[in-house]
Design a protein around this ligand. Structure first.
Ligand code: IPE
Ligand code: IPE
Ligand code: MG
Length: 233
C-alpha cells in the first residue's frame, strides 16, 4: 500500500551547511531546492498529498538573523517555486498562522494559494509558522466564538476547525536529520500515523531514501486500536 498522505519534518538544513563550512543560510537554500525533487518522486509513486514542515511557531526563538534569513528565502522563492508547482498541476495550501508574517509575504502566500486552487494532480500543504498546539487553540477559540455547545463538539467538527480541514490525516510522517520527535507537528492529525526517521539531512533526501521509507511503510500493520485483520470494523 502506498500512503495517500505523507508529512515530512524537513530537518537538518543547518547541519548540512555546517558540515561543508557554509553559512546555515546555504543549507536552507539547498533545502528549498530539494522540495520539487521530493514532490516529483512522491507524485510518481502514487502519493496524493504531502505536508512539509518549513517553519514552526517555536522557530521564532532562533537568533533574529536566522529568522530574517528564513523569511527572506520564502519571500524570494515563493513565486518561482509556485510557478513550477503550478505547471506540474500541484495545488498549494498554507498551514499555520499568517498574521505575524510581513504583509507582503502574507499577500504572496494568498496569491500562491489562489493561482493553484483548481489544480488537482497533487496537494502540497506547506506548514509555515505552524504549531500543533497553536492550531488546536485557534480551533477552540473559533468554536467558542461561533457559540457551539459542548454536545456539538466531536472529532469530525473539531477537524473542520483545524488548518487541515478537508485533508486526510497523514498516513506516514518522515523526519529527516535523525531526531525522533514531532516538534509540535500535526499533533492532532498524527494520532495514528506511521513514523519513519532517517539520519539523512533534508537537502540530501532523495529517491533512494524515500523508497526505503515507502517500503517500510508497506510492511507496517495499521490497526487503529483494533485486532489484526479487524481494522475495517
Ligand atoms: C530545518 O533545518 C529547517 C527549519 C527548522 C527552519 P534546521 O535549521 O533545523 O537544521 P538543523 O537541525 O540545525 O541542522
Ligand atoms: C522542526 O525542526 C521544525 C521544522 C523542520 C520546521 P527544529 O529543528 O525546529 O526542531 P527541534 O528544535 O530540533 O525540535
Ligand atoms: Mg533542526
Amino acid at each position: 500500500m502506498v500512503p495517500r498522505h505523507i508529512a515530512i519534518i524537513m530537518d537538518g538544513n543547518g547541519r548540512w551547511a555546517t558540515e561543508r563550512q557554509l553559512p546555515r543560510m546555504a543549507g536552507h537554500r539547498r533545502g528549498v531546492a530539494n522540495i520539487q525533487n521530493v514532490i516529483r518522486t512522491l507524485a510518481h509513486r502514487g502519493v496524493a498529498v504531502a505536508t512539509l514542515y518549513a517553519f514552526s511557531t517555536e522557530n521564532w526563538r532562533r537568533p533574529s538573523a536566522e529568522v530574517n534569513a528564513l523569511m527572506e528565502i520564502l519571500a524570494e522563492e515563493i513565486e518561482p517555486q509556485t510557478r513550477e508547482l503550478h505547471e506540474a498541476g500541484v495545488r498549494l495550501v498554507h498551514l499555520g498562522d499568517p498574521s505575524p508574517l510581513d504583509g507582503k509575504l502574507q499577500d504572496a502566500i494568498a496569491r500562491a494559494e489562489r493561482i493553484t486552487e483548481a489544480n488537482d494532480r497533487f496537494l502540497l500543504n506547506v506548514a509555515f509558522n505552524y504549531g500543533g498546539r497553536d492550531e488546536i487553540l485557534s480551533a477552540v477559540r473559533r468554536i467558542l466564538a461561533d457559540g457551539l455547545s459542548p454536545d456539538q463538539v466531536n472529532e469530525e467538527l473539531f477537524g473542520r476547525y483545524l488548518y487541515t480541514d478537508g485533508c486526510p490525516d497523514p498516513d506516514l510522517i518522515i523526519r529527516t536529520g535523525g531526531e525522533q520527535r514531532l516538534s509540535n507537528f500535526l499533533i492532532w492529525q498524527a494520532a495514528y500515523s506511521e513514523y519513519y526517521h532517517t539520519p539523512v539531512l533534508w537537502p540530501d533526501l532523495g529517491e533512494e531514501e524515500l523508497d526505503r521509507a515507502l517500503a517500510e511503510y508497506g510492511q507496517r500493520q495499521r490497526r487503529f486500536g483494533a485486532l489484526d485483520g479487524q481494522e475495517e470494523a
